[in-house]
Design a protein around this ligand. Structure first.
Ligand code: GLC
Length: 426
């Protein structure tokens, strides 16, 4: 087990809930951040997105307040996505926000706003770059110009080391121009485009020299599940659009840090007519599930080209925030319980308390094995009211073991999303 990694990631893993922000000129196209790939769009045909990106209503203070209100404790913004467009004022490219009608360094304002709200600040940075002239196009499986004969000849003039140098320089800019950054979220590796192809050791050395505490995801390549991972393997697993059945464990079965990234509708980048949103109930239950399995949830929003987070996303996040204000204690700093998952819900735990999450409960009386004589009191977390722990008179006729009982006063007062019972350990 990598103890240094566990220590380094502890403050981050205690936060449990973060905001992912996918924002770039693809918001103008309103068809997702992979649109150049999906429709084989050339840089030239993609240019109107650059020319129409106004960001004129961008107010990251609003975003940060919303994240905080939702109960999120950190954020990660796409500083550059696969299309190569940079939201920050990089000295190494002209393909950046300062040269669009937006005319400002959009990363700077984000960092300031989120930091001011006390959230951890993270940067997403795409390893793929469909704009850089030295990134393979014709022969690359994801590039918008893959297999396009017109691009075949150009490959021989390319020098990939110029691209890795560009990346190195940009990441250095990101980590030195905006104060101390908490999270670096690289995306992603595939086929031979992995690990040292990105000059990952050199890159991560530079990053850790600038900030030894920074948390790095696992998408540069390598394998974080082995005993002694390669230097650049990263700090945490990053399952996408799914929550692994048993959480994320190493090859010996020990839990390791992880974070599920999830869209709120069906896209990362802004898509006006994608209204297939998850419900607040769904979001909260995902968060509870991640927490009970020792993982984080980073939930995405895709602001539009003028800088607004879609109204529906705002609405959902505010609803999530209501539950979090009443029940967040069962999430932050909590993790896997010593008590196995019960049939009526999930359990989270910290040093002093065990939290029962009643999400599939059909009665008001619950038996929990393995806790007898270990619990002093029980309260309902949302209002602090005392919970009866009396045993039903004839339970021995139906249960072999002698469990702890929790008896809620009234089924109608149960929270449709998740009623949390707080058990005080002896
Ligand atoms: C993927 C996609 C990307 C998205 C990311 C988020 O790998 O390429 O568009 O940013 O996942 O996890």
């Amino acid at each position: 087990m990598d103890i240094a990694r566990l220590q380094r990631t502890k403050p981050f893993m205690d936060k449990r809930f973060g905001m992912f922000i996918h924002w770039g000129i693809y918001a103008v196209e309103s068809a997702g951040e992979w649109i150049r790939n999906n429709r084989n769009i050339t840089i030239e045909d993609y240019q109107p997105n650059f020319d129409c990106f106004t960001a004129d209503q961008y107010d990251p203070k609003k975003w940060a307040k919303l994240a905080k209100e939702a109960g999120m404790k950190y954020a990660v913004l796409t500083t550059k996505h696969h299309d190569g467009f940079c939201l920050f004022d990089s000295q190494y490219t002209d393909y950046k926000a300062t040269n669009t009608p937006a005319g400002r360094d959009l990363v700077k304002e984000y960092v300031e706003a989120f930091r001011a709200e006390g959230l951890m600040v993270g940067f997403y940075y795409s390893l793929l770059d469909w704009h850089h002239p030295d990134f393979p196009a014709y022969a690359d499986m994801h590039h918008p110009m893959r297999g396009n004969e017109a691009y075949k000849d150009k490959e021989k003039d390319k020098d990939f080391s110029r691209y890795t140098e560009y990346m190195y320089n940009q990441v250095k800019e990101l980590l030195t121009n905006y104060g101390k950054i908490d999270i670096m979220w690289f995306d992603f590796h595939y086929a031979e485009m992995t690990g040292e192809k990105w000059e990952a050791t050199k890159l991560v050395k530079m990053i850790r020299e600038i900030n030894p505490d920074i948390i790095i995801d696992d998408r540069l390549g390598g394998d974080i599940k082995v005993d002694d991972p390669v230097y650049y393997a990263g700090d945490y697993g990053s399952p996408e659009q799914m929550i692994p059945a048993g959480g994320v464990v190493d090859y010996k079965g020990n839990p390791i840090p992880w974070e599920t990234c999830m869209t709120l509708n069906d896209h990362w980048g802004y898509v006006a007519d994608d209204i297939n949103y998850k419900t607040p109930k769904n979001v909260i239950r995902m968060l509870v599930e991640c927490t009970s399995k020792g993982g984080n949830l980073i939930l995405n929003v895709g602001p539009d080209a003028r800088g607004n987070i879609p109204e529906k996303s705002v609405e959902i996040l505010k609803e999530v925030g209501k539950w979090m204000r009443a029940n967040g204690e069962s999430i932050y700093g909590c993790g896997i319980s010593s008590i196995p998952k019960p049939e009526w819900g999930r359990i989270t735990e910290n040093e002093d308390y065990i939290y029962l999450h009643l999400i599939d409960a059909n009665t008001v009386c619950f038996a929990i094995e393995g806790l007898k004589d270990k619990v002093k009191f029980a309260t309902r977390l949302s209002d602090g009211s005392k919970i009866n722990m009396e045993k039903p008179w004839n339970y021995t006729s139906f249960l072999e073991k002698d469990p702890l009982f929790i008896h809620l006063p009234n089924y109608n007062t149960m929270d449709d999303i998740d009623t949390v019972i707080k058990l005080y350990k002896k």
